[in-house]
Every structure is written in structure tokens, then in C-alpha cells.
Design a binder for this molecule. Structure first.
Ligand code: AMP
Length: 406
């Protein structure tokens, strides 16, 4: 570990390191989170350099400069990192070695250890459980037999998830009974039971709703959370985020407390999202992501400071922004590739004019060139006084994307 990283990780130094506007922020990853981060940072007077696979990725299109190449290419990492005053990332599956290599040239937040925790569900769940954070019961799974043993221990049904690289429900199986274990291809257990498990089995949580909380933390340990978001998923992919969440104020305070505890436990510098299940009387953490989050897009219009601005402030050591809502109610709806496909089936494009005729609707498109089903292409946000009205108006705006097509 470099001296610089040792300093970053040393909480006792209470280090304060301010990176002022005019400086260059490096963003590893070229997706929509990087794009919206770069736009917020540019507004605040920073230059943003993006390190990503190709120059047509969403963040590359709005960056001051890009370095394109495989994220594991050490000469590309060096060429990128040398130009940056501070470096951050926009998705957690970036190789931890890349982040460690960036850290030799500039402070890099979050650091490789936070990333390694979030990259592997087993490590993540174990870390959370050891910190006393409520998580669903879980057991390691290596093969069919251990899946059945896990179900017998946890109680059927169970959800089995790949420990690495799964997102938006990918790599997940619900097993209702031992018989279902025969339907899964249990690949990836070569290392045997002494190694990190390739799968984790979780007890099914009987949740009433899903929620998330975003927390920001600085190197000198200042911390701030956003209000709790309420999330609706379709086919395991986030569909709508509503603010304020229909969750009691006691539970909201608890959720924000949990997020702060997670951030402190892992020594976060930057932004972290905690996804939660809300049951009748408890909060259970599903997963954490040390980066801006899809559910936080609503903050752009709904809060005094957006999640992206807060991310900039956190990694630059600036005062953290006011996270309170500036409107009584807000909602965000994702636009998936399915919409483009439905329009294309009618030889048309989504009807942007009809959508934007809806009063008070903000359009965000990520500049992606291909629109396969399930791909996040953009989102819509609306604000107002009354959440049901806001949500209804927003759904109408999305439906209008497919109206009057040829
Ligand atoms: P994940 O990929 O872990 O975020 O899971 C995607 C979605 O699957 C979640 O948002 C839930 O809707 C559902 N899900 C995941 N794990 C569980 C669980 N243990 N109990 C109930 N539903 C779950």
C-alpha cells in the first residue's frame, strides 16, 4: 500500500484535504452515473477526466478528456491517473487493482478495500453482520448439496445469488424447495469449501416495500444522509423511486443511522447507497453500493444538493451540501431499452414531444447508442405537492412516449 493510501485509510489522522474547483477529478467508468457526476462537477468548476472502455460511452461524451482502454491496462491507468488531482468511480465491479494503481498517483475514493467489500456478496454480508447491521439470514453455497442444506437451515423458499458480478436480479434464482436446486447450473465452485463461496443463499424477506438511503462521508469523517427513497422494482430492475418514502419517521431515522454506521464501518470516503427491505416492524439491509445510485437520481430535482454534487463535495473535502427536499414530493421513472424496442416495432422513435408536453417533467437521457431490453437509457423526474399526483403525471409522461407513433 502506498504512503498516500495509508494516510487515506488512517482515520486517526483526521486528515483534511481540500481539492478546490479548477482541479481535475478522474472518473473510472463511463456509464450514466459517471456522466451525471461529470455534469455536476463541471457546473462546480472542476475538469473531469473519464477512464473507460470506449469514447462513445455516456460519461466520455461530457468529459473534459478521456483515456480509453481496458480498465486493467497499466499504461492506460498511469496515463489517466497522472492527470488527476483526485479519482473516483461509478461502478463497483472495477478491478480493485485498478483502483489501487490509481491510488499511487492521486487520492482515490472509495479505496480498493471498500470496493473489494462491495464486489463480493459474501464479504459484504459478512462485513455487515459483523458490524451488527441487520441482514437477512444467509449461508454459503458451493453446489446443489450445499444449496439444499442452506434451504433446510434458513427455511424454504430461499434466494440464491452469485457472489460476484450480479446486478438487477441477474445471477439470482428463487428456490422454493430442494427439488428446485436441480434446475440451477452450479458452476464456479472449483476452489472447494475452504474458498470464498461462489453463491450465497438468502432467506426470503417478506418485505412491505423497498427503500434506499444514500450517505456521503469525507476524509475528515463528516457525514450526511439523504432522505429515505422508496423504490418499486419491475423484473428485479428499479422502475420508480418516490420521495418522501411511505415509511414511519422512526424507521426513516433508523435507516439513515444504518447508512451512517455502514459508511463509518468500511471507512468510506465518497458516496454509498444502502438498499433496504422494509418489513412490518424492521429494516433489513439487502446490499450496499459505494457510488451514486439509480434511486438517487431524484435528488437532482428534489433536494437542495444532488447526489452527484454531494459525491463531488465528499471526495474533494468540501462542506457537504444540504440534503433536504426543496419540494413536498418527487418521483423518478426509469426509461429502459424496451421502450425503444416497442417504438421501433412501429418504425418510430419514442415520442419525446408528447412526453415533454406533460407539465413539470424533466428528461434525462444518457446518450447510449444501442437499446436492448432492460438497458437503462434514461429517466424522467417530476415534482409537486402531492406524491400520488406527481407519480400519476410521471407515468402519463412515460406512456406518452409510445403515443401517436406511426
Ligand atoms: P438484488 O440484486 O440483491 O438487489 O435483488 C434484486 C431484487 O430482488 C430486490 O430489489 C428484491 O426485490 C428481490 N430480492 C432480493 N433478495 C431478496 C430477499 N432476500 N428476499 C426477498 N426479495 C429479495
Amino acid at each position: 500500500m502506498s504512503d498516500r493510501q495509508e494516510l487515506q485509510n488512517d482515520e486517526t489522522t483526521n486528515a483534511k484535504q481540500v481539492i478546490l474547483p479548477g482541479a481535475t477529478i478522474g472518473m473510472v467508468g463511463g456509464g450514466q452515473l459517471g456522466r451525471m457526476f461529470a455534469m455536476a462537477a463541471a457546473r462546480m468548476g472542476y475538469r473531469v477526466g473519464v477512464f473507460c472502455g470506449s469514447s462513445d460511452e455516456p460519461a466520455a461524451e461530457v468529459a473534459a478528456f478521456t483515456v480509453c482502454g481496458p480498465l486493467t491496462d497499466h499504461s492506460a491507468i498511469e496515463a489517466f491517473a497522472k492527470r488527476c488531482d483526485v479519482i473516483t468511480l461509478e461502478f463497483e465491479n472495477i478491478p480493485a487493482d485498478t483502483i489501487a494503481a490509481c491510488g499511487k498517483h492521486a487520492p482515490t475514493y472509495p479505496d480498493a478495500s471498500v470496493l473489494a467489500m462491495a464486489q463480493d456478496r459474501w464479504t459484504e454480508k459478512t462485513t455487515l453482520r459483523e458490524a451488527g447491521i441487520p441482514v437477512a439470514g444467509f449461508e454459503p453455497v458451493y453446489d446443489r448439496e450445499s444449496a439444499i442444506a442452506a434451504g433446510d437451515l434458513l427455511g424454504w423458499p430461499i434466494i440464491v445469488k452469485t457472489c460476484r458480478s450480479g446486478y438487477d436480479g441477474k445471477g439470482q434464482h428463487r428456490l422454493n424447495s430442494p427439488d428446485d436446486a436441480a434446475t440451477v447450473e452450479w458452476a464456479g465452485a472449483e476452489g472447494g469449501e475452504d474458498c470464498q463461496p461462489p453463491w450465497v443463499a438468502e432467506a426470503l424477506v417478506p418485505f412491505e416495500r423497498e427503500a434506499s438511503v444514500i450517505v456521503a462521508r469525507t476524509l475528515d469523517q463528516r457525514v450526511e444522509t439523504f432522505p429515505v427513497f422508496e423504490n418499486d422494482h419491475q423484473n428485479h430492475i428499479l422502475d420508480e423511486t418516490k420521495l418522501p418514502a411511505e415509511v414511519s419517521s422512526e424507521m426513516q431515522a433508523q435507516a439513515r443511522e444504518i447508512a451512517m454506521r455502514v459508511a463509518e464501518r468500511v471507512g468510506l470516503v465518497g458516496l454509498l447507497c444502502v438498499e433496504l427491505f422494509v418489513t412490518e416492524d424492521a429494516l433489513i439491509v439487502n446490499e450496499v453500493a459505494p457510488r451514486p445510485h439509480n434511486s438517487g437520481h431524484v435528488t437532482i430535482e428534489a433536494c437542495a444538493t444532488s447526489q452527484f454534487e454531494q459525491h463531488v463535495r465528499a471526495i474533494c473535502g468540501l462542506p457537504l451540501g444540504d440534503t433536504s427536499m426543496v419540494v413536498p414530493a418527487a418521483s423518478m421513472l426509469n426509461l429502459l431499452g424496451d421502450l425503444w424496442q416497442a417504438a421501433e416495432a412501429r418504425n418510430a422513435s419514442p415520442n419525446w414531444e408528447a412526453c415533454l408536453e406533460t407539465p413539470g417533467v424533466a428528461l434525462h437521457l444518457y446518450g447510449k447508442h444501442a437499446a436492448p431490453a432492460g438497458r437503462k437509457m434514461g429517466h424522467l423526474t417530476a415534482v409537486g405537492d402531492d406524491l400520488p399526483e406527481v407519480s400519476q403525471r410521471l407515468h402519463l409522461a412515460r406512456e406518452r412516449l409510445l403515443s401517436e407513433l406511426g
